[in-house]
Structures are given as C-alpha cells and as structure tokens.
Design a binder for this molecule. Structure first.
Ligand SMILES: CC(=O)SCCNC(=O)CCNC(=O)[C@H](O)C(C)(C)COP(=O)(O)OP(=O)(O)OC[C@H]1O[C@@H](n2cnc3c(N)ncnc32)[C@H](O)[C@@H]1OP(=O)(O)O
Ligand SMILES: O=C([O-])CC(=O)C(=O)O
Length: 377
C-alpha cells in the first residue's frame, strides 16, 4: 500500500473509460473519438447522448426513436412541480431547487425498481429541463408550460422557459452549449456521481450528488461567477483591463480561468467565444464580448496563460446565455441539464465492472488519547 499523498487526487487514474478524453496539453476534447468541434458543429445534444449512452452516433431512425423516447418522459408529477413552486416562493437558488427536485423525482418513478441506469437516467435527463423551466416561471409568477414532444431537448427547454417557440439561432446555440458541456472525463461532479454509483446506490442519488458537486464555484458555479464579475466590472466604471489589473493586485482569482487538466485554452471556450462573436455581430451588442476578450488578453500579457492558467468552458458560456436572455443564476443548472448525460454514462460504464471507490486519508491525529468520561471533562 503506497503512502504517497495525492492532494485532490491530482493525476491519479482510478478507472478506465471510453467516454471522453481531455488532452490538456494541446487543448483537445473528444467524446468516444469524435472531436468536440465537429460534434458542436454537426451533432445535436440527443445525438451526443446516444453516443455516450449507447456507444455510437445514431442513424436517422435510431435518433427519431431516441428523441421520442426522451420526449415521452418530459412530464413531471404535479407533486414535484408543487414543491418546485414552494422552493421558488421560499427564494431558494435554482441549483439547490434542482438538487431537491431531482431527489424527489425518485418517489414518483414507478419503474425505478431494479431497472437499468440508462432507463432511469433517460427519465431524469428528460425531466430536468421541465423542473428548471417550471422553477423559473414560478419565480416570475407564471404557470409552468407543458413540454412539447415535437421540439428538440434544447428547443423544448427554451419553449418551456419563455412560453414561446425559440427561433432557429437560439435553439441551435443552446443545443450546441448542451453538446459542449455533456461530458469531461472524471471532473469533480462526475467523480462524485461515480463514487455514489460505485456503492450500487440508485441513479437518483448519483445525479443528486453530481448536482451538488457541480454547484461549487471551483467547478460549474464559475459560469455564474464570470457573469457576476462582468457586472462588477461594468458597475466599477473602470476599463476592464484596469479592473482586472486591480483584481490581480488584490490576489483575486479570476473565475472562468484555470483548469485541473487544461494547460492551454479550453477548446470549448474557443467555440463559445466564436459563438459570442457571431451573436454580437448580429445584435450589435458587443459589451460582454469586449470585456471578456479584454480580460483574456490582459491575463495573457500578464503571463497567466503562459503559466497554464487559461480560459475554461465557463469563461464565455454565460455571455452566450445572456445574449439569449437567460437569467444568470440558471447558467449552472443549465450546465447540470447537460452534464447529467455524462454522469449517467459514466455510472453505467463503471458499474459494468464495478469496484467500490474507497481511498484512504493519512491519519495525522493523536495515536493514544486518554478517554475521560463526560462528567469528568
Ligand atoms: C467546468 C469547470 O469546472 S472548469 C473550472 C471552473 N472554475 C473556475 O473557473 C474557478 C477559477 N479557477 C480555479 O480556481 C482553478 O483554476 C481550478 C480550481 C479550476 C483548478 O485549480 P487547481 O488545479 O487546483 O490549481 P490551483 O488552484 O492549485 O492553482 C494553481 C496556480 O494557479 C493559480 N490560479 C489557478 N486558477 C486561477 C485563476 N482563476 N485566477 C488566478 N490564478 C489562478 C493559483 O493561484 C495557483 O498559483 P500558485 O501556484 O502561485 O499558488
Ligand atoms: O474537467 C474538469 O475538471 C471540469 C469540468 O467539468 C469541465 O471542464 O467540463
């Protein structure tokens, strides 16, 4: 048994996986061998889910069946929707409400007993957008919109959020964002889902745990933090470069920068930046594009990028969602709406050759403390 300590499990191999590969040195991401740029350009989120869950990109007929299967599972029980409204009324944060609602979904999943991870996972994946859209509408004092089975996963979410069918640009942009966020090796939330899955707990537990892990500011929560930073820059009245110089002088971490695996710019950040540029060109609203690119180029000049601290997926995603009119605190839940596909794929893959995940901590406490009964302490 090795006594070498690997803080944060950095670089430790704990499983084999065919699902996604992150090459952090050159900034390349593949899902089952397909480059993320090609998938972002050419594959819908449902195609990516099929790829991750069933091992191949679907044929047209397989895709039609798969889409219909997911669309048939979008409805959420009234009791869960009522709880979602209660959470919205109580002012809960959307990511916390999503965590509670996913956990609650299991009570209404009549088929859950003994069924496979993929079947249960498909139901959870189909229902998450319904829960989230209902939460947002409840906050706005609006009734939930029923899912439309004729719309895509992305299009239906935007429809349920706003009550209006999205235009093609919005649907395609959102669908691309879902594709980009679907999987990323053993990141913290996927590992959390895997640890839970390795105990043979149900998949609701894995997804609930995954949502909790994703919510943190070092992980998925950073996309909201980036947008909060951009608003802070705006409110400061300073030029973004001056603002970020001051922030660095005060030793502030810049959200959306740095990554455990990437030592160069994240390929997804490159794709999202390009999309933001397209959206800014067509709307004429260039503010967040100018701020983000100015911050990025200042940090590059400062040598951060050279040190391997470069923009990650969260740096540009929020500005894209903002251009689509999506509220800031839905950015991380939207990440969860996509990453749930990866959590389920990994749990399914891992359980096929399961081994309980149970590392060790080096004990640094006292060896022999003398016990004193409570009344004598
Ligand atoms: C979807 C995702 O989860 S992507 C990541 C989203 N998270 C963020 O964007 C939050 C900001 N980024 C970070 O906090 C980090 O880069 C992490 C947590 C993502 C990865 O960090 P780790 O691999 O643990 O690296 P660690 O925190 O040890 O940082 C290494 C060095 O880079 C610096 N650094 C890392 N990120 C940043 C940053 N965003 N801004 C400034 N400096 C940074 C650290 O201060 C540290 O410097 P030091 O060696 O001089 O002390
Ligand atoms: O891989 C990681 O550590 C963080 C993550 O989830 C991502 O970048 O998508």
């Amino acid at each position: 048994m090795s006594n070498e300590l690997k803080r944060g499990l950095e670089g430790v191999l704990v499983a084999e996986s065919e699902l996604s590969h992150v090459d952090g040195e050159v900034g390349k991401l593949v899902y089952r061998g397909y480059d993320i740029e090609e998938l972002a350009r050419g594959a819908s989120y449902e195609e990516v889910l099929h790829l991750l869950w069933h091992g191949s990109l679907p044929t047209r007929a397989e895709l039609d069946d798969f889409r219909a299967e997911l669309a048939a599972e979008r409805a959420v029980d009234d009791e869960v929707l009522s709880t979602v409204r209660t959470l919205a009324d109580a002012g809960d944060r959307p990511m916390a409400a999503l965590r509670t609602a996913v956990s609650m979904l299991s009570a209404y999943d009549g088929d859950a007993e003994g069924e496979g991870v993929l079947a249960e996972g498909a139901r959870i994946t189909a229902k998450i957008p319904t829960v989230l859209a209902a939460f947002e509408r409840a906050r706005q004092g609006e009734a939930a919109v029923d899912p439309d089975p004729d719309l895509s996963h992305a299009g239906n979410f935007l429809y349920m959020l706003t009550g209006t069918e999205p235009d093609d640009v919005s649907e395609e942009t959102f669908d691309m964002a879902l594709t980009l966020h679907a999987d990323h090796g053993l990141n913290a939330s996927t590992f959390t889902a895997l640890v839970i899955g390795s105990t043979m707990a149900d998949v609701y537990s894995s997804v609930t745990g995954g949502i909790g892990a994703l919510s943190g500011s070092l992980h998925g929560g950073a996309n909201q933090d980036v947008m909060e930073m951009l608003h802070e820059v705006d409110a400061s009245g300073k030029d973004p470069v001056e603002w970020v110089r001051d922030a660095r002088e005060n030793d502030r971490r810049i959200p959306g920068f740095g990554h455990r695996v990437y030592k160069v710019k994240d390929p997804r950040a490159r794709i999202l930046e390009g999309k933001l540029r397209d959206l800014a060109d067509s709307s004429g609203d260039r503010k967040w594009l100018e701020y983000t690119t100015a911050i990025e180029s200042h940090l590059a000049d400062e040598g951060l990028v050279e040190k391997g601290i470069a923009p990650n997926v969260d740096f540009y995603s929020g500005s894209v969602y903002d251009a689509m009119g999506i509220p800031m605190d839905l950015y991380t839940p939207i990440f969860a709406m996509s990453r749930v596909g990866g959590w389920i794929a990994h749990v399914h893959e891992y359980q096929a050759d399961n081994r309980l995940i149970r590392p060790r901590a080096r004990y640094t406490g006292p060896e022999a403390a003398e016990f004193v009964p409570i009344d004598e302490r």
